[in-house]
Design a protein around this ligand. Structure first.
Ligand SMILES: [Zn+2]
Length: 376
């Protein structure tokens, strides 16, 4: 049996693989950071009819140790179809086992969105969705961060921004972006046509390519949490945020969505700007309408579960959602999807996955289309 993680978004250390019934593993922390929770590895040389067991022994010390309860690992024999493997958590780690039906298998924290697929997605946006590259930022390690614009009416007044995967382990975020870009390729979409008469879309499919490639959970290659850097971004430690902020100041923002995944809460939810200085009844009304419409379009979304609301004036303005909402006095949300499942509509075989993240991205476009006239 051979275990490897020396590939895009790979992350595992083998502690002891001498007993195939209980292979002991550990997750590697993010570079220059103590965070870890993401794992992704390949196992080869499996024999059919045998049961193999794996333990992530440092799961109790991970960034969100409470999140392992109720979580099931994902696995795939072909890197296309991912399924959940029943898992259990105790003080010795996260444990899962299976009898493989193929000689090799991949395990991950969530269905991975690869850098190769990212490159394909950008080319699809350019070739089939009519997107243009407005500017290209560079990560610390020199990976490209394209800012895409979809503009179909030169007189469109509104600027709608969607950015994804500031937290590199939250791969559902770029799956969401694939849903957005896929819908932009479809003809005969009256909702989308109406939206694009009035608004230009600005998309950053992956804000943290270094972290994603390195198999990080939380930070970029300098160990910085990009979603805590929106009041202090600079060209050396957080160039990814610095780039997007420069472009936002140049272009303007009328609606901002920052796409994330949440380790603990088994629901899709939004976090808004209620704690921002300057938060107004206008923004409160827009937030409420956005949430109600997202439920009404039949999206996998709910308003009961989520983060505790910020007290007035007590928002952490280093977060993108709060910083952008405050700077541009606009509707601004963090959208959170689960690593586990959306318990309002559970799918035990897959849990929350790439396909459902894509669907949500498409559904949110319908809500933006319905609200575009009232953003200002
Ligand atoms: Zn996040």
């Amino acid at each position: 049996m051979k275990i490897s993680s020396d590939f895009d978004s790979g992350n595992i250390e083998v502690i002891d693989a001498s007993n195939p019934h209980q292979v002991l593993l550990a997750m590697r922390p993010d570079l220059k950071s103590h965070h870890f929770q993401w794992f992704h590895f390949k196992v080869e040389g499996l024999k059919q009819g045998e049961r193999y067991g794996f333990s992530l022994t440092n799961a109790p010390q991970s960034a969100y140790s409470h999140a392992w309860t109720g979580y099931n690992a994902v696995a795939s024999y072909d890197q296309v179809n991912w399924f959940r493997v029943p898992s259990s958590f105790d003080e010795k780690g996260l444990h899962f086992s299976l009898e493989p039906t193929h000689e090799q298998i991949w395990f991950a924290y969530f269905e991975p969105y690869s850098r190769a697929r990212h490159d394909w997605l950008v080319s699809e946006a350019l070739d089939k969705a009519g997107a243009e590259v407005v500017a290209i930022g560079k990560s610390i390690e020199g990976r490209e961060i394209p800012l895409l614009c979809i503009s179909r009416n030169p007189n469109a007044k509104r600027k709608v921004w969607i950015i994804a995967q500031q937290h590199p382990g939250e791969h559902m975020a770029e799956w969401y972006m694939e849903g957005v870009i896929e819908r932009l390729q479809k003809g005969d979409d009256t909702e989308l046509d109406a939206l694009l008469q009035k608004a230009d879309l600005y998309l950053v499919p992956n804000m943290n390519p270094d972290g994603a490639f390195r198999g990080h959970l939380r930070t970029n290659a300098a160990g910085k949490d990009l979603n805590r850097a929106w009041q202090s971004a600079n060209d050396t430690e957080t160039p990814e945020v610095f780039f997007v902020q420069q472009q936002m100041r140049k272009i303007g923002v009328d609606l901002f969505l920052d796409i994330h995944g949440d380790e603990e809460i088994p629901h899709v939810f939004t976090a808004g700007c209620e704690g921002n200085p300057g938060y107004s009844p206008r923004l409160e009304f827009l937030e409420s309408e956005f949430r109600q419409r997202l439920v009404a379009v039949g999206a996998e979304f709910q308003t009961q579960f989520g983060y505790p609301r910020d007290e007035p004036g007590q928002a952490n303005t280093t977060l993108a959602c709060n910083a952008v909402g405050m700077a541009f006095d606009c509707l601004s949300f963090t959208i959170e999807m689960p690593f586990k499942d959306h318990d309002d509509n559970p799918h035990p075989h897959t849990g929350w996955n790439g396909a459902r993240s894509k669907r949500l991205g498409k559904d949110v476009l319908s809500v933006i289309a319905a609200m575009v006239d009232r953003l200002r």
